[in-house]
Design a protein around this ligand. Structure first.
Ligand SMILES: Cc1cc2nc3c(=O)[nH]c(=O)nc-3n(C[C@H](O)[C@H](O)[C@H](O)COP(=O)(O)OP(=O)(O)OC[C@H]3O[C@@H](n4cnc5c(N)ncnc54)[C@H](O)[C@@H]3O)c2cc1C
Length: 401
């Protein structure tokens, strides 16, 4: 049997867009919003029926801090807008000091972070993008970039309606796995993952806590987290690590996570715990990111002339970072931009870029960059850092820490 087949089929050409964003996690949402607010005709393609990606469908409902852990706000703009939206209609535990107007922040250890209700956040995100005129396509996979040399002319999508082609001037890959970039031929870096499976559910104990406090933030019980923590503690002994891109491996990751959780549930009393939501996405932290013109490796305290925004470290207070423009693209590909956990990063840098606030930050930068590229007929590699900084600052993004 041959190892490959050649596929040729006619694909209908659909409406053209200025900007197509592949993936509707926090990064894609920020990119789509930034593009639409700057007047781009924008479409966002999301393969699931919900917006928010890992933050909602993946049940990762802790918005890591926007501050540096010493009372100073680091990440602003759409990242801050989305944090506020995440707790606008549902529970949250955002410390009150961060909702007051103006400095100083008297209790630095209470970080600018919050839990949120993932279902309510997804509904609110839908409303936000619709209000801002983003053409939302749910249940649709952005499957292939159509390339003319290194320029992408648009995306092929797959849905129940079949395969379709949407032309676009700029494409932002916010798939969390760099699906579009990798298929376009952009060099990529692979990640490594421990096995984690976290579901949401309540226990008799957590229900009691809700009743005692009158606060729904306590409803979810940690016992529905199985496998590893951030640092590998809890990764099953002897088990290999996961890259998470080959489907055999990703499916194994999901199968094993589900089996671990079932084991825990079997060991508990039926009337004691009740899972109410299983993750709708593989909870892989780092699968693939691009190798960009620049790679962010997490240089603490380094100021950058071409910063697209400041960030702290969710793990360690007192760290200050500036993310460089060159993480968003590889100069060989004129109209492809990356956003979120797939921007060019490595080591500590990848830890910092992959979390919700920084994913939103790079998303906003990508959407803004797209509008400047289109407005001035520029390629990604020709972007002027000062110009993009001015545009981002105007939208409330803090460029330097
Ligand atoms: C176990 C775990 C714990 C974490 N804990 C925290 C935490 O406590 N706090 C925190 O801030 N961060 C945490 N993170 C990280 C954070 O949740 C994510 O890295 C961040 O939300 C990534 O956002 P994103 O938009 O870049 O990607 P994603 O959230 O992965 O979004 C990508 C979106 O694209 C869609 N998509 C993918 N491929 C396609 C395609 N081909 N076509 C169309 N759509 C597509 C997906 O369905 C998804 O909606 C955690 C991550 C994991 C895995």
């Amino acid at each position: 049997m041959s190892t490959h087949i050649i596929e040729t089929r006619q694909v209908p050409v659909k409406e053209a867009f200025d900007l197509i964003v592949a993936g509707g996690g926090v990064a894609g949402i920020a990119a789509g919003l930034a593009g639409a607010r700057r007047g781009l005709k924008t479409m966002l393609v999301e393969k699931s029926p919900l917006l928010g990606g890992l933050a909602t469908l993946g049940l990762i409902n802790w918005y890591e801090p926007l501050c540096d852990g010493t009372g100073r706000t680091m990440t602003t703009g759409i990242a801050e807008e989305l944090l506020k939206l995440s707790v606008a209609y549902g529970y949250g535990n955002l410390p009150e000091q961060w909702t007051r107007q103006g400095e100083p922040k008297p209790e630095p250890r209470k970080r600018y972070a919050s839990r949120f209700n993932p279902s309510i956040f997804a509904l609110a995100l839908n409303e936000l993008l619709v209000k801002n005129g983003v053409e939302l396509r749910y249940d649709m996979i952005a499957s292939w970039p159509v390339m003319e040399g290194c320029r992408c002319t648009g995306l092929i999508t797959e849905s129940a309606g079949g395969r379709e082609y949407f032309p676009a001037k700029v494409i932002v890959d916010a798939t969390g796995d760099a699906d579009i970039m990798a298929r376009a031929g952009v060099p990529c870096r692979n990640g490594v993952n421990y096995l984690t499976y976290t579901a949401h559910g309540c226990t008799t104990e957590s229900i009691k806590k809700v009743q005692d406090s009158n606060d729904m933030v306590y409803l979810n019980d940690n016992r529905f987290w199985v496998g590893s923590d951030l640092n590998g503690r809890g990764h099953p002994e002897g088990l290999h690590f996961f890259w998470g891109i080959p489907n055999e491996e990703r499916s194994e990751y999901i199968r094993m996570g589900q089996a671990l959780l079932l084991e825990r549930i079997r060991d508990s009393r039926k009337d004691e715990m009740c899972p109410y939501a299983l993750p709708g996405m593989a909870q892989l932290r780092k699968t693939r990111c691009i190798v960009g013109t620049e790679t962010f490796i997490g240089e603490d305290g380094q100021r950058r002339e071409n910063s697209i925004g400041a960030a702290g470290d969710f793990r360690i207070p007192g760290k200050h970072y500036e993310i460089p423009l060159g993480v968003l693209f590889n100069g060989g590909f004129p109209n492809l931009l990356a956003a979120g956990r797939i921007v060019s990063a490595d080591g500590d840098g990848w830890e910092i870029t992959r979390v919700i606030p920084t994913a939103a930050l790079t998303g906003e930068a990508a959407g803004t960059a797209a509008s400047l590229m289109i407005g001035e007929g520029k390629q990604a590699g020709e972007l002027n850092a000062q110009e993009i900084q001015r545009a981002l600052e105007k939208s409330g993004v803090k460029i330097h820490f």
